[in-house]
Design a protein around this ligand. Structure first.
Ligand code: BEZ
Length: 371
């Protein structure tokens, strides 16, 4: 007997993609979209027999644009699933308007802690990381390397504040001292004067978060600054797509992914990605790919019935994703429980030095579902 569906169920399945279309994070958004498309290509762009339609809108790298466009995707385009955003402030705008709409929302990058903390919700999922999760382990890495006096620099917005805050939390708990803190307005890239200020504090190492085109500029400027011989630490976003820069040599990072992971799922993914897009995959592409895998798993489990939201959500909650980063499940708060790798750029290659923290779950502070 063929399955019965509510009216329109055999119609196309709409996925709204809320990603930056311009600015420093445009490349990040493109990688996420590429990764998602690659996952959908496995079933020739169809899920449970339904053709998939992607509708792209700008996350604007700010909360107001993201909120307006998320609303349009839901109310006007009537998407079945919403995927976004890159910027932590955009994620706040998106969550504000979409959280009570019952459609599944998948955060494919933004690390805003509270999305899977105080603002967690049954329909809100993340396939990426929390800002806390990828930076907290670096506190111990720094202490283990005998970096006792560290100075920090980042952009002054949610991601920067939370990432550096997580590092500081663990680093100072283990006896380290923060000797200087700099936060610059996003998306300012006038790094040179700030690097001089950091150097004056004579730190053992620098901890920095910048991403996208900003990371490239920061690393270039760092190598020409008085800090050039001071070890540079950061979350892995700092060295995404910059291996070609001689200035990236030696940078030590923690992240939930590494290009060199020697696992079948990663080798397959990287080969398909570079064959399809003519460029190497990055962590953002992995997150887009895993968002596609999560949607595919749930829609196939529900045999295409996306009107049954509760069923769709349960299927997502119980998924195990065979990710290029290593297989993962979602926590009760809907954030990946994942290994955090320690990586370093050596001779122009990103080397995996080991696992900084195994199966790390975000504490999900304030999330009632996590209890
Ligand atoms: C964020 O805003 O959450 C973010 C942006 C780029 C890379 C990582 C995190």
């Amino acid at each position: 007997m063929p399955m019965k569906f509510a009216i329109g169920q055999r119609a196309r399945l709409g996925i709204g993609l809320l990603l930056p279309q311009s600015g420093l994070y445009a490349g990040v958004g493109q990688s996420i979209a590429n990764g998602l498309n690659l996952a959908l290509a496995k079933t020739s762009g169809r899920l449970a027999g339904r053709e998939v339609r992607l509708i792209i809108a700008d996350d604007g790298s700010d909360a107001a644009t993201a909120a307006a466009n998320a609303q349009r995707l839901i109310q006007v385009e009537k998407v079945d699933v919403l995927v976004g955003a890159v910027h932590s402030d955009s994620a706040q705008g998106m969550v504000k308007v979409a959280r009570d709409r019952a459609i599944p929302i998948i955060i494919a990058n933004a690390g805003w802690n509270a999305a899977t903390g105080a603002f967690c919700a049954p329909n809100l999922f993340r396939t990426s990381f929390t800002n806390w999760q990828v930076n907290w382990p670096m506190g111990k890495v720094a202490v283990d390397r005998n970096y006792r006096r560290v100075a920090t620099i980042t952009w002054r917005y949610t991601a920067g504040t939370e990432m550096i805050g997580a590092f500081e939390e663990n680093f100072t708990r283990l006896g380290g001292t923060i000797v200087q803190r700099i936060q610059m307005p996003f998306p300012q890239m006038d790094f040179a004067p700030h690097l001089a200020t950091l150097a004056a504090a004579q730190p053992d190492a620098i901890m920095a978060f910048f991403a996208g085109a900003g990371a490239r500029q920061f690393i270039t400027d760092y190598a020409q600054s008085p800090l050039k011989d001071v070890p540079l630490l950061g979350p892995g976003f700092l060295t995404e797509g910059v291996r070609d820069l001689p200035a990236a040599e030696g940078i030590l990072t923690t992240l939930h992914y590494a290009n060199a992971l020697n696992m079948p799922a990663n080798r397959r993914f990287r080969a398909q990605y570079s064959e399809t897009y003519g460029r190497p995959a990055d962590v953002y592409a992995v997150q887009g790919y895993d968002s596609g895998q999560l949607i595919a798993h749930a829609v196939e489990a529900m045999k295409g019935d996306t009107v049954n939201r509760a069923g769709l959500i349960t299927a997502m909650e119980t998924a195990r994703i065979d990710s290029p980063r290593g297989s993962f499940i979602l926590s009760k708060a809907h954030n990946p429980v994942q290994d955090i790798y320690l990586r370093q750029i050596r001779n122009g290659e990103e080397i995996v030095l080991g696992i900084a923290q195994r199966a790390l779950a975000d504490p999900a502070t304030g999330c009632k579902m996590a209890k």
